[in-house]
Design a protein around this ligand. Structure first.
Ligand code: NDP
Ligand code: ZN
Length: 378
């Protein structure tokens, strides 16, 4: 036992690149945290659990800023525990591996999305839907019962330790700075589009042309579907058409909304704020499908009008939550081989820059996705 512990310490102290594990094996990390829903980011030093036999240590190179990060830190979905380091769109390099790791070696590129663990034996885990496991452990703000109930901390930090089973292999040749958002925004849109079997010639629509929405457009255009985009301003009209959409609708121009009843085979809603969900449902044809992935604040949660639902006979309305690990790997391999990446704006790993990015996302000033370039962290 003693020899094993010593061996482990030696492994930790020697093989982690620039990261020096502590005496107890815990791994020091530095990130950006908030202390309150209305707070500002500050640098935060903390430790991560020791590298287990099946774990890998990833040096974070890029971290995406998802609207879910903003909902979470602003307590839109309930009060989280602070200090809180957000970030579940992580792309980085493996700098250490536990002794039983087989999927990765030091130097490989690896990604992390919204999940870092689950119970591993329920029906959902067995079928690869770990996101639906009641014992799932989210990348941040989640109690990690596999590690003494410590609170998980996310990817706006210089490293992360994760079981290899929950890390995603980043294919060679990937455009790394644009990979991180695929780990959440990518899988969250890819999964329902795949589930609904969107195909060439289908009439489809995307509500909300932001981080998630623009990837939904790219996936559906790639499948040969006709895509209509809905957003709230004219700002991104040309960009949507350049991306291959056939129509752009600014919902604040009532004349553009005319004639769209029962038009779409499939509609995906990524709207992050309170909105009239039934107005979108009305545009789905009888027997069509609507997937809801946008999750506004609990205070302004939209609901569906039963009268609308009944009159779109046999239409299927469903929710979708990110995607399991296997599906996420499939999505990443597909995205990289088809050259489907998010449009990103790199920002510095700096508190003021992240504060500003949050403001811009909330005010609709971000184009699609901010990604923190963690190599600029001081
Ligand atoms: P973004 O802020 O990047 O994009 C949202 C877009 O929707 C913006 O362009 C916004 O416009 C637009 N919008 C706002 N109101 C409307 C409306 N009524 N109709 C059409 N468009 C509208 O957010 P993300 O793409 O990062 O996230 C979207 C949502 O998805 C969030 O609620 C997030 O929490 C959720 N999410 C859900 C996941 C899941 O597993 N189900 C996973 C990841 C995210 P403007 O910016 O001008 O206001
Ligand atoms: Zn996300």
């Amino acid at each position: 036992m003693k020899t094993k512990a010593l061996l482990f310490m030696v492994l930790c102290l020697c093989c982690m690149g620039s990261v020096q594990a502590q005496q107890d094996g815990r791994i020091p990390a530095k990130g950006f945290a908030l202390d309150a829903p209305d707070g500002k980011f500050r640098t935060y030093e903390f430790t991560r659990h020791a590298l287990g036999d099946n774990d890998i240590l990833i040096e974070t190179l890029y971290a995406g800023i998802c609207h879910s990060d903003i909902h979470t830190v602003h307590a839109d979905w309930g009060m989280p525990v602070y200090p809180l380091v957000p970030g579940h769109e992580i792309a980085g390099r493996v700098v250490a591996v536990g002794k039983d790791v087989t999927k990765f070696k030091v130097g490989d590129l690896a990604g992390v999305g919204c999940l870092v663990n689950s119970c591993r034996h329920c029906d959902e885990c067995e079928t690869g839907d770990e996101q639906n496991c009641t014992g799932r452990v989210l990348t941040y703000a989640s109690k990690d019962y596999h590690h003494g109930n410590e609170l998980t901390q996310g990817g706006y930090s210089d490293n992360i330790v994760i079981s290899e089973d929950f890390a995603i292999r980043i294919p060679d040749g990937a455009d790394l700075k644009r990979v991180a958002p695929l780990l959440c925004a990518g899988i969250t849109t890819y999964s329902p589009i795949d589930f609904s079997r969107v195909k060439s010639g289908d009439k489809t629509a995307v509500a909300g042309f932001g981080g998630l929405g623009h990837l939904a457009v790219k996936y559906m255009v790639r499948r040969g579907a006709e895509v209509t985009v809905f957003d709230v301003t004219d700002d991104k009209r040309q960009t949507a058409l350049d991306m291959g959409a056939v129509r752009y609708v600014n919902i604040n121009r009532p004349e553009e909304m005319e004639g769209l009843e029962k038009q779409f085979d499939f509609l995906i809603s990524t709207v992050p704020v309170g909105y009239d969900m039934s107005s979108y449902l009305k545009m789905v044809r009888c027997g069509g499908e609507m997937a809801v992935v946008g999750l506004p604040s609990f205070k302004e949660m939209p609901s569906i009008d039963a009268n609308t639902l009944i009159h779109i006979e046999h239409c299927k309305l469903y929710g979708s939550l990110i995607g399991g690990i296997r599906k996420t790997q499939e999505m990443l391999d597909y995205s990289v081989s088809n050259g489907i990446y998010p449009d990103v704006e790199l920002i510095e790993a700096d508190c003021a820059a992240i504060d500003e990015a949050y403001r811009n996302v909330q005010q609709g000033k971000v184009q699609f996705r901010y990604v923190i370039d963690m190599s600029t962290m001081k």
